[in-house]
Design a protein around this ligand. Structure first.
Ligand SMILES: [Zn+2]
Length: 492
């Protein structure tokens, strides 16, 4: 998830039923409620959530908690298909598979053509060949991986001195004289205490700036290659790949442990590295967003999007990022079909292409459907893993947030009823819609372990706990159906 640095902008206000404190501008604030009074539905809530709809939402939740459809989908996407980087044969296989499964459910499926970058990983090795206390003829292995879009070194690699900086200010202070011709390592530290305290996306937002902008900044000062400390919060000596703005120089991520090693040695004297990265940028490829509609029975022209992104990085098999998001969106449709529930508005499942390497899929959708965004009643994306859901990140008006409370109350028994107001669209692929005024929600998962595995070789099926995936499917399906079947479209 998250090429864009959205997380640092998330506000951290968690609102709970009856203690609502939505702080969105221009909207009237709901009156504070006392905890000594039994909660009542407002007239607007009652009008929008009649008893039959409340029963249907409860039935969806119950069915989700014993349904393994999403798990079967994610198992196929990860184990039978595998990593799905943009432009790869696996990404195409995933498009065909998901489209076929959604057709089997009886949805109207449309493949939306998207031009995507096609970058292929090559050899990636590094050794320290000279350093203080160095034993003659010995080298120290450095564990690293290329960042997406990295250019290549010659096949035999390059050898250069390594300069270590902790932040952009230190880089600027060094200036061109001390950077030109060198390999620059950003040793920015991921704030693990924030992760442990449930603020991992804030920590990610702080650290990922170096991955995103660091290589370009050092290239502008004449560096021959850029390295960043992996943007992750566990110490498994695993490198984390990810998107980086095109810099025209080789760019990689070393593990946290290797960043520490290099930084310590650099305080003692000269450090030289032999670095070999041989990725290839191939011509742009043709790929697709998978768009599947379960047509609305009363207002088919009004659309509620439930979504995740189908592409992944290539190191792992894209289980938590973001096969899980696609799988729970698919299950939302599967549950409605199984229960013979007909949403009033169209429920649109979207498996986005190319979130990780530039967002071509969502950009194409925004272009093709902008004229219809007034009929997009709401959009949900799940792109923060498959751990236990706590509720939703929301970018909706205060009035809309209050109106959704009955649906959230249905999810209270599984703990997925909190809302956290976001000042930024809660999902990279739905950000264009959100910026155009479409109410946007993201499933808010427990993020304490997400960045252990994010963008690494360890993003694999075993990281998904089936019971937690079912809770996510319940959250997606209940909220998706609520938005599609409440009496009036959610106010914006
Ligand atoms: Zn993702």
């Amino acid at each position: 998830m998250l090429n864009t640095v959205l997380s640092s902008a998330l506000t951290l206000l968690i609102t709970l039923p009856g203690l609502t404190a939505h702080a969105q501008n221009q909207q009237p604030k709901p009156a504070p409620r006392s905890f000594t009074a039994v909660p009542q539905m407002s007239e607007a809530q009652k009008a929008n959530f009649p008893p039959q709809l409340m029963e249907e939402l409860a039935a969806i939740k119950t069915a989700a908690l014993s349904d393994d459809y999403a798990y079967q989908q994610i198992a196929h996407l990860t184990e039978n298909i595998g990593g799905r980087p943009s432009g790869s044969p696996q990404a195409q296989a995933a498009v065909d598979y998901v489209a076929g499964e959604l057709r089997k459910l009886g949805l109207e499926v449309h493949l939306e053509e998207v031009k995507v970058p096609h970058w292929v990983r090559g050899v990636e090795t590094a050794q320290l060949v000279e350093y203080p206390g160095h034993t003659a003829n010995a080298t120290q292995k450095i564990v690293l991986t290329a960042l997406g879009g990295s250019t290549a070194t010659p096949a035999e690699g390059i050898v250069a001195d390594v300069v270590v900086v902790n932040n952009f200010e230190e880089l600027a202070a060094l200036g061109r004289d001390k950077v030109a011709g060198k390999i620059v390592l950003f040793n920015e530290v991921f704030d693990k205490q924030k992760s442990a305290a449930g603020m991992s996306f804030v920590a990610y937002g702080e650290a990922v700036r170096y991955r995103g902008a660091g290589p370009k900044a050092v290239a502008e000062l004449g560096a021959v290659a850029a390295l960043v400390r992996s943007v992750g919060d566990a110490d498994f000596r695993l490198p984390h790949t990810g998107y980086s703005a095109p810099a025209g120089i080789p760019a990689g991520a070393v593990t946290a442990e290797d960043a520490e090693l290099i930084a310590h040695l650099a305080t003692q004297g000269k450090v030289r590295m032999h670095l070999t990265l041989t990725p290839q940028k191939l011509p742009d490829a043709t790929s697709y967003n998978v768009i599947a509609d379960l047509k609305g029975s009363v207002h088919p022209e009004q659309v509620v999007v439930v979504s995740g992104h189908l592409d992944s990085w290539d190191l792992g098999t894209g289980a938590i990022d973001d096969g899980a998001g696609v799988a729970v969106a698919m299950e939302a449709a599967e549950l409605l079909q199984k229960l013979h529930l007909h949403p009033k508005r169209t429920l649109r499942v979207i498996a986005w292409m190319d979130e990780e390497s530039g967002g071509a899929g969502s950009q194409t959708y925004n272009k093709e459907h902008a004229a219809d965004f007034s009929n997009h009643v709401a959009a949900i994306e799940s792109d923060a893993g498959a751990a236990h859901p706590l509720g939703f990140d929301t970018k909706v008006t205060a009035q809309a947030g209050e109106l959704l409370r009955p649906a959230l109350n249905v999810l209270q028994s599984i703990g997925a009823n909190a809302t956290r107001e976001s000042s930024y669209p809660p999902g990279a692929d739905i950000s264009g819609m959100s910026d155009s005024g479409v109410p946007a929600l993201g499933i808010l998962q427990d993020g304490r372990t997400y960045f252990h595995y994010h963008h690494t070789a360890a993003d694999t099926l075993d990281k998904i706990v089936p019971a937690e995936l079912r809770e996510n499917a319940a959250a997606m399906a209940v909220m998706g159906y609520a938005l599609a079947s409440m009496e009036n479209p959610l106010p914006r």
